[in-house]
Ligand binder design. Sequence first.
Ligand SMILES: Nc1ncnc2c1ncn2[C@@H]1O[C@H](COP(=O)(O)OP(=O)(O)OP(=O)(O)O)[C@@H](O)[C@H]1O
Length: 314
Amino acid sequence: MPATALIRETEIERYASAIEPQQAVATLTGVTKRYGDTLALDELNLALRAGEVVALLGPNGAGKSTAVRLLLGLIAPTAGTARVFGGDPQTPSTRLRVGAMLQVARIPETLRVREHLDLFRSYYPNPLSMAEVVRIAQLDGIEDKMFSKLSGGQKQRVLLGLAMCGDPDLVFLDEPTVGMDIEARRGLWQQIRTLANRGKTVLLTTHYLEEADALAHRIVVLSKGKIVSEGTPAEIKSASAGRKIRCRTRLTAELLRALPGVTSVEQSGDDVVVMTPRAEDVVREMLLRDETLSNLEISSPALEDAFLALTTSN
Ligand SMILES: Nc1ncnc2c1ncn2[C@@H]1O[C@H](COP(=O)(O)OP(=O)(O)OP(=O)(O)O)[C@@H](O)[C@H]1O
């Protein structure tokens, strides 16, 4: 069954309508964005609630950065409206309440960490104290280092610190852990969780499905400028690919494919892998036909499988 058949418009509407306008910290309503002939966003509706972490997932060119840049007020929609704290994202008073993690390439290499933080703190009337920024972004011990001398993970932590200087209520993290090893990535995840626990709203874009799974209350999957699925990580997984049965059996692939509810059958070494939204029924049928069936395993698909199904079938 194509994944698109499983993604119901009504599910997306359920999320959009579940957010009362007064709860929404930031919204894109009917937003279309064109760059010349390129349609980057196509009548997109997105709302972020106070205190939630939302992951925007999607393949290259899906429109993730465009959505973030609209909410940051860096670009204007071709049609539709972008609102942050009820106002235009471009107004200075709104910008003071928003923090964004920049890309490494945009940071001057020849300043020390402390100098970068001082500079950013000076942009805000009520910045966080230096000690607080250092604590949140775990920069102890590297404050006096030149930015150019830092490791990839340390640079990403400085970028998070810079985003936090103004004590923002809404934080945009664009690929926050790109280029980091798994240990450093986990450390940054912990810091992002701390932000959410302090009531901040976080929108992160990522290519790492594990990251979205680990951090987000809600995942929004974009493909070609449209939302193709939206829900908790568990909902995304279960809505898209059903469950996976792995076992050793004498039954032929042809017979398995003919069982009600089976969506795919693949050989994997000596085992066979069967995908179905009705795992219990299918296993019952298999056991009735093959009492030697062994090595049985039933699992939910990884978010990665779900994501691929969603974005490639579109
Ligand atoms: N300034 C621009 N001028 C022209 N086209 C652009 C511009 N910025 C983005 N685009 C195009 O708009 C579409 C959406 O791009 P966007 O950068 O928002 O996607 P993305 O999901 O963030 O991709 P990636 O994961 O690669 O960063 C793409 O087709 C891209 O080529």
